[in-house]
Design a protein around this ligand. Structure first.
Ligand SMILES: [Zn+2]
Length: 475
């Protein structure tokens, strides 16, 4: 198919200053590929290094945005026109020069513009600011939604997860129809709907010691919405090393913490917690649960701190740790001081580059002795033929209330060592939890305690629900 491709003014130098080109292809993707094959220097303007169409580049087939058709798979016909529209103002609105506000933006932000603390100058600061949010989950949801609504010009999000049904109770960036989609794509759609003037940059990677410094350098402020210790220390150290403010928040069950780290003279996360807790001591939200509203409240406090830093207004939470307790509905504040001995932000820092954070947090890559496993289907076969199998459920009582494998004996992992007398070393034991991680620890504990006939149910009760008994609800 031959189609006419219109090239926007800023990109014309790459195509010999032509306004349009005739190109061949069956789909938008093929047409754009032949465009960038013929004009190689265009490639980096249109595509990310990972080969995805950059999200500040909008492509239209005739007068339809391809995001509302089949994106790059949209089929083209002879005589169609394809327009490439850099999207600073959402593609359909006239773009204002950087730092200036269009009429539409002035209408949109009018309640900010009439406040002396924000005003036209503050709104321009917001528009010129860039914030990287680590995680598009519970905290990342209100954080990115409010920052987008407020008009922060460039929002980066790092996440590699897909939306799961169990996320919807708190991660309001994502809706029921997004289950199974990438969180980044879902986030990008939601944020574009809230404010098309915001440039959303998606980074589908696991943040690591290899990529963190390069990612952080490209943004003014980092907002940490992670849920695990290795990433939290990584974000902290990368912020100190790149000199970026780290707006930190964390949540668990009914409690939240917020602070601002990494500013000159202020403390960092390591000044507060020099050492991570031993693995397994502090349960994750997946194990311990979290009140769905909590990340809403805490993430909005985090967003408020980000906006204050951009506007340079008010007193940021530097040197202060805010503790929120939803059950008591209380806020408390603790003083934090920069530790002159801190290995990363102290007077004589010893840490000048990023380290292995999994190792620092005591997380072993793989246990030395592999845990013997059995699949859900294998366990069902053994039970059906009448083998003597003792199923040990190591989850917590509220989880056992939701669902259980018939006949399973409940001893939560934390009680296991005190209740070994309930187990019989001569019997075949299959340990089981939700997904197989805690029960693998249980198997190791039991082996150390002298049990020999003990196996782990691979994939936990989730695998049982999926492969054996669909009447068991997954959670
Ligand atoms: Zn420090």
């Amino acid at each position: 198919m031959a189609v006419k491709v219109f090239i926007p003014t800023p990109l014309r130098p790459h195509v010999g200053n032509r306004e349009s080109l005739e190109l061949e292809g069956a789909t938008i993707g093929e047409v754009l590929r032949s465009l960038t094959e013929q004009h190689g220097t265009l490639r980096k303007h249109l595509y990310t290094p990972q080969g995805r169409l950059r999200n500040f580049v909008n492509v239209y087939l005739n007068d339809e945005d391809i995001r509302y058709l089949q994106r790059e798979d949209t089929v083209v016909s002879d005589g169609d026109t394809v327009s490439i529209v850099p999207s600073i103002a959402g593609g359909s609105v006239a773009a204002a020069p950087p730092g200036l506000l269009s009429h539409e933006e002035i209408r949109r932000y009018s309640r900010h513009l009439i406040m002396p603390e924000v005003g036209l100058e503050g709104q321009r600061k917001l528009k010129q600011a860039s914030v990287l949010c680590v995680g598009a989950g519970g905290l990342g949801s209100p954080l990115t939604m409010y920052l987008a609504a407020a008009g922060v010009g460039r929002l980066g999000i790092v996440d590699f997860d897909v939306v799961d049904e169990s996320n919807l109770q708190r991660q309001i960036l994502h809706g029921t129809g997004d289950v199974g989609r990438s969180k980044l794509e879902s986030a990008r759609d939601t944020l574009a709907e809230i404010n098309p003037h915001v440039q959303v940059e998606t980074h589908p990677v696991r943040l690591s010691s290899e990529n963190a410094l390069d990612l952080f350098r490209d943004y003014d402020i980092i907002a940490d919405g992670t849920d695990n210790f290795p990433t939290r220390y990584l974000v902290n150290d990368a912020c100190v090393l790149t000199g970026k403010p780290n707006v930190y928040a964390s949540i668990f069950r009914f409690e939240g913490q917020v602070s601002v780290f990494g500013l000159p003279d202020g403390p960092c996360y390591r000044c507060l917690y020099p050492e991570p807790p031993p693995p397994g001591l502090v349960p994750s939200c997946a194990e311990g649960g979290v009140l769905g509203i909590l990340p809403g409240i805490v993430g909005i406090i985090q967003a408020t701190e980000v906006v204050k830093l951009i506007l340079e207004q008010g007193d940021p939470l530097v040197g202060r740790l805010l503790l929120f307790d939803a059950l008591g509905m209380t806020f408390r504040e603790l003083k934090l001081r920069r530790d002159p001995e801190c290995p990363v932000c102290g007077d004589e820092p010893t840490l000048h580059e990023l380290i292995d954070y999994e190792q620092f947090c005591g997380i072993e890559p793989e246990p030395a002795t592999a845990v013997e496993e059995i699949t859900a289907v294998g366990l069902k076969q053994e039970l059906d033929r009448g083998d003597d199998v003792f199923i040990l459920d190591v989850r917590n009582p509220p989880e056992y209330e939701i669902c259980r494998i018939e006949g399973a004996h409940l001893i939560p992992l934390g009680d296991l060592l005190n209740r070994l007398n309930e187990l019989d070393t001569s019997r075949e034991i299959v340990a089981q939890c939700r997904s197989g991680a805690r029960s693998a620890q249980a198997v190791q504990l039991l082996r150390q305690a002298g049990f020999r006939k003990v196996r782990n149910l691979e994939g936990g009760i989730l695998a049982w629900a999926r492969d054996v008994d669909p009447s068991v609800p997954a959670y």
